[in-house]
Write a protein of this length. Structure first.
Length: 180
């Protein structure tokens, strides 16, 4: 959808034009130094712990904090020094922030934290830089997650992609685009 009108640089932990470990600040810095200035960043990165609250440990919870939360936060903290004026950051949270399911206490917490970070950062970013989050529920293309989301109607990728496009090309900032 965006690749026909814009130059895209795909970055991933295992594949893409560039590789980055978003849990490592030095890796993020190296990525931005390699890319240089840019107009928009979309992050759909970060892993999280899924498991019972009764057996969850501090280490389990911190995996979600270090990857999904701090990985995305650091993309903004470091990226703000590389993004062009009027650029945009789009982070990914998820419906678990408002509609938790069993075994996702860490993800529910972190998704809410991402949305909160977006609201707070929106009032401080300079040079008309915008920041939003996209908060999808389970996606129809991911049936392996359906057992966790009993009674939830999966959303199509077209709806999710449209929320990212709205975040990137729209004028709003500090928003969470819910796709549920």
């Amino acid at each position: 959808m965006l690749n026909t009108e814009h130059e895209l640089i795909k970055v991933g932990s295992k594949s893409g034009d560039l590789k980055v470990d978003i849990g490592n600040v030095d890796s993020i810095k190296k990525m931005f130094e390699s890319i240089g200035s840019f107009d928009a960043l979309i992050s759909v990165a970060g892993t999280g712990h899924i498991g019972s609250l009764q057996t969850m440990t501090d280490s389990d919870f911190r995996k979600t904090v270090d990857s999904k939360l701090m990985g995305q936060v650091n993309l903004v903290l470091i990226g703000q020094h590389y993004i062009n004026p009027s650029g945009s950051f789009t982070l990914t949270s998820g419906s678990l922030s408002h509609d938790p399911v069993l075994q996702t206490a860490s993800l529910s917490s972190i998704n809410a934290a991402i949305d909160g970070f977006v609201r707070g950062a929106a009032i401080e970013l300079k040079n008309a830089v915008r920041i939003n989050s996209v908060s999808p529920t389970v996606v129809a293309d991911s049936p392996e997650y359906f057992p966790f989301f009993l009674g939830t109607i999966p959303v199509g990728m077209e709806a999710v992609a449209s929320a990212y496009k709205k975040s990137i090309l729209g004028a709003q900032t500090g928003q969470t685009y819910k796709v549920w």
